[in-house]
Design a binder for this molecule. Structure first.
Ligand SMILES: [Mn+2]
Length: 286
């Protein structure tokens, strides 16, 4: 597949006022806050991309063939050089590879963040004024159809995938599945924390997070409580730059993965199989 070519055709279509694929994308998305999936294959987790099209193209080269499930943990836009292209790229992948692709929502799939961290500027720059109309009409609709979390069972290993992490009130999976999808994540504390919270080994329970009000660091007890309550074996999340690309905490029960090269890190994805977890570095692209 020549994803780069498909992306430039799509961006050009948008420039010329042809939006039919955008409408089609919304219909491909799961439109449920929690997705449950049972698979019998390798699961590849992709962390924040933030407009890093090179990492996206590189990982598709690696995993396009085969049967692995590819789970994107959100934060496709803001900050980087190819934000519109990266978002269109993951949506095209969903269209082309269907059930092999799972797209979750990150804290940057949010209009306030896009106003402050670059995506609205990127759209304006690449599509002109009509870009803002595309954003209002289609892209916000895409955001609220992205699941906020997934429970993936691969060969008996139950993995909870989410952008940020565990809310300190420790919800059940059932409660997460009943979150009402909305544009403004500040309206729902559970939604806000799933997309924004960070793990911290220095606290037992939790502590206020420097990222803002209503956002927390969650410690060992919260992680344990969540895993026992929901019968989860592993938590995989993104949201924080990790210089080596991925790192584990809480005795290997939680992984953070980061896939954007713009922070001077080594962009990586996390491969999870029933009896093996492997950090795959994407390397540099010339
Ligand atoms: Mn994030």
């Amino acid at each position: 597949m020549d994803l780069q070519e498909e992306i430039s055709i799509l961006v050009n279509d948008l420039k010329e006022g042809r939006y039919s694929l955008l409408k089609e994308f919304t219909e491909l998305l799961e439109n449920t806050p929690l997705i449950r999936k049972q698979v019998d294959c390798k699961v590849v987790f992709v962390g924040d991309l933030h407009g890093d099209l090179y990492s996206l193209l590189r990982l598709i080269d690696l995993y396009e063939k085969g049967d692995s499930l590819i789970v994107f943990l959100g934060d496709y836009v803001d900050r980087g050089y190819y934000q519109l292209e990266t978002l269109m790229g993951v949506l095209l992948l969903k269209k082309l590879l269907g059930d092999r692709i799972l797209l979750l929502r990150g804290n940057h799939e949010d209009p306030m963040m896009n106003y402050n961290y670059g995506f609205l500027m990127d759209i304006r720059h690449k599509l002109g004024l009509k870009g803002l109309r595309i954003y209002q009409t289609y892209i916000l609709d895409i955001y609220i159809r992205l699941p906020v979390a997934a429970l993936i069972n691969t060969g008996g290993r139950k993995i909870f995938a989410v952008h940020g992490g565990i809310p300190i009130e420790v919800p059940s999976l059932n409660e997460i599945s009943q979150i009402r999808q909305r544009v403004d994540v500040l309206e729902d504390p559970t939604l806000l924390q799933l997309l924004w919270n960070d793990p911290l080994e220095d606290v037992e329970d939790y502590a206020p997070n420097i990222r803002g009000e209503g956002i927390f660091y969650y410690g060992r007890k919260i992680v344990e409580k969540f895993m026992v309550k929901n019968d989860v074996d592993l938590i995989v999340r993104a949201h924080e730059p990790v210089s080596s690309g991925a790192r584990s905490m809480f005795n290997g029960r939680l992984y953070t993965v980061f896939t954007c090269r713009y922070y001077g890190i080594s962009p990586s994805v996390l491969e999870v199989e029933p009896h093996r977890i492997h950090v795959k570095k994407l390397g540099s692209v010339v």
